[in-house]
Design a protein around this ligand. Structure first.
Ligand code: WTA
Length: 627
């Protein structure tokens, strides 16, 4: 496909327009990253930029002292005191604006309250909240006092929340009474209470009054957020944290049954999201960034909070569902707040195409569009470029992961000719490759494992409480110097990278990582279920959906029971689109042969080894009946 060159107007004003950035980063890798680090505020400079002596544990900015909250708030007070840091809109259209000075006060007050409740440096603070300003304030308040935040996506079930709190050892939880989702009131406090029945390690719960719904407040344990902070002073000393102190833990799904707690550093992480917000999202002082991700996912952490706020930009935070009251809500928000940089996921891009007359919205403020989370098909790329951006906005397809902290592969919008459907090339200072299973570089168009060969500051510190999994999942296939991403990809003849999808038992639903093994484990816990297999099947809107094959006597009751169990144990996000009851699953060496099922369902092909063919045929027949 033909390359598309960045629009001239855009290039003229871009943050980065000198192509030498690539060669400079190659020749002097340390200088490249350090130059970004020097734009942030450090209490004490680092002694060494990079330490790989304990590979595969890599450390950056060794012994540097820095505070993330200081860099996202205090640093801007002199020049941006009255500038909007966060513009918030609730699902019902309510609106709040917090200036940098407001943010400073709110973060300071809450951090003092947390201190008074006994939270100390290194303690874990849970945040179980939807997209509310208080969620951002909570993250920054924890960071201010050197505590590690553990954000739990509000859509997760109490069981999932309990698992995350227990695994990370959360001591204090910040949550909300309720919130709105597609017009319905969700009683979040009730979910939190249920989680706290299961995990008893939380001493104090701070409750934001968002919806005003009736809730139980447990004497001695639960505190009203507003009452708690009212008495506190805004001034709050920043803890001097080390560059390699954990800023947060965030859970993500892997190819094992249990979610893993990915630990991110303070210094390296901040430098990485700061730098990428500047070079890829091209953020400038006058921008309004709308990142549509939920704060509970890494994209929300990096590009609704730490990246843009460390740069002193303005962030639009939206609480509700993107399709409420109708599918055009996102365009309404862009128009209403004059959004200039729009960062979203392909699922929403596909949904938005149902909005009808885009031209009834004034989207002329937009100057850059970005995408992340799953492959952005060429046709969707072109729709964004032509219909939404009117050929004035570069569309940057950015590849990265929870583990990488920030963007790794993406065009630099003013420099890189864009190929719709490709994530283009790694950013300066980062080296990736595509390997065949034997560790040899793949030829053009040969599908292989996407790997990372040169570390970068945003890379995770490790997995909380599970060093074995860290080594086994990422560093055992190609050794301690080559990071296995878990994605399949290929090069084209120009060395552009095309991502094909996950190579492991993880799928992307609406840009969210879901573990198939985790779903299978939960379903197998039901007495009636003898065996089961979950596979990902293409879905027009969500990208991928789940089809579940269950060995059990068919009954409507059981299908409902399975759905209820998945919803309770994981969350609605993991609900299957299709449940098929079968007599048997194809197996090889005792393991379910999922590829054979997938071939039968997706490609309508009967594959697998001889002994399985009949079993697979039966499954295929069932599917036809179900279709
Ligand atoms: C997928 C989200 C294609 C990929 C930031 C990766 C993508 C997983 C892209 C990480 C992209 C992310 N094109 N696929 N531009 N970006 N992915 O941890 O499979 O929730 O491994 O982080 O999303 O998902 P995670």
């Amino acid at each position: 496909m033909k390359s598309i060159y960045p629009p001239e107007d855009f290039v003229e004003k871009a943050n980065v327009k000198d192509p030498a950035i690539y060669s400079k980063a190659k020749e002097n890798w340390i200088d490249y990253w350090e130059s970004f680090a020097k734009e942030l505020h450090w209490f004490e400079p680092w002694e060494k930029f990079f330490d790989d002596s304990k590979a595969p544990y890599y450390r950056f900015f060794v012994n540097g002292k820095i505070n993330a909250s200081y860099n996202c708030v205090d640093r801007h007070l002199k020049e941006k005191r009255n500038k909007a840091a966060i513009i918030w809109e609730g699902e019902k259209g309510e609106n709040r604006v917090l200036t940098y000075f407001d943010l400073y006060r709110e973060v300071g007050k809450l951090s003092n309250a947390l201190r008074n409740l006994g939270v100390k440096k290194g303690d874990k603070v849970g945040i179980y909240m939807p997209n509310l300003p208080e969620a951002v304030i909570s993250m920054l308040a924890a960071a201010r006092i050197g505590a590690t935040h553990v954000f739990i996506f509000a859509g997760f079930s109490p069981k999932s929340a309990a698992f995350r709190m227990k695994d990370s050892g959360v001591k204090l939880l910040i949550t909300a009474d309720g919130y709105y989702r597609r017009g319905n009131l969700i009683n979040l406090k009730e979910k939190a209470d249920e989680a706290l029945e299961e995990y008893k390690g939380v001493e104090n719960v701070v409750v934001v009054r968002r919806a005003g719904n009736e809730i139980d407040m447990k004497e001695g344990r639960d505190h009203d957020y507003a009452e708690l902070v009212r008495k506190e002073k805004a001034k709050s000393e920043c803890e001097i944290t080390d560059a390699n102190d954990p800023l947060f833990i965030i859970y993500t799904s892997g190819s094992v049954a249990e979610p893993k707690g990915i630990i991110h550093s303070t210094g390296g992480y901040l430098v990485h999201v700061y730098a990428t917000s500047k070079i890829v999202l091209d953020l400038k002082d006058e921008d309004v960034l709308f990142c549509t991700a939920d704060l509970g996912w890494i994209t929300g952490h990096s590009y609704s909070v730490y990246g843009p706020l460390s740069l002193g930009a303005t962030v639009l935070l939206y609480e509700g569902a993107p399709d409420y009251p109708d599918i055009c809500r996102t365009f309404e928000l862009i128009e209403k707040y004059g959004v200039t940089v729009f960062y979203t996921v392909p699922t929403l891009v596909r949904m938005l195409q149902g909005c009808g007359n885009i031209d009834s919205f004034d989207l002329s403020t937009l100057r850059l569009i970005g995408s992340v989370g799953e492959p952005l098909e060429a046709e969707n790329w072109l729709w964004l470029y032509e219909e939404v951006g009117k050929k004035k906005c570069p569309v940057v397809d950015t590849w990265w992961q929870t583990e990488t902290g920030g963007i790794v592969i993406a065009p630099i919008p003013a420099l890189t000719p864009m190929k719709p459907g490709s994530v283009s090339k790694p950013l300066p200072g980062i080296e990736v490759d595509i390997y065949d299973s034997g560790g040899k570089k793949a030829k053009p168009y040969q599908l292989g494992h996407l790997v990372i060969k040169k570390m970068f500051p945003g890379f995770m510190l490790g997995i909380h409480g599970d060093p074995k999994a860290y080594v086994q999942l990422y560093w055992s296939k190609f050794g301690k110097r080559v990071y296995l991403t878990g994605d399949y990809a290929y090069y084209d003849e120009d060395g552009y990278i095309w991502i094909s999808g996950r190579a492991d038992d993880v799928i992307n639903i609406s840009g969210h990582r879901v573990s198939l093994v985790e779903i299978e484990k939960v379903v197998k816990e039901l007495r009636e279920v003898a065996d089961c297999a979950a596979i990902g099947v293409p879905d027009r809107i969500k990208g991928t959906a789940i089809a579940l094959f269950v060995v059990a006597e068919k009954s409507d009751d059981l299908a409902e029971k399975i759905k209820k169990k998945i919803e309770e144990d994981i969350g609605r996000i993991a609900l299957p689109r299709l449940i098929v009851f079968v007599k048997e699953l194809p197996k090889t060496a005792g393991k379910v042969f999922k590829r054979a099922i997938a071939d039968a369902v997706i490609k309508k092909e009967i594959s697998g080894i001889a002994s399985n063919v009949e079993v697979v045929k039966k499954i295929a027949e069932k599917i036809d009946k179900n279709a």
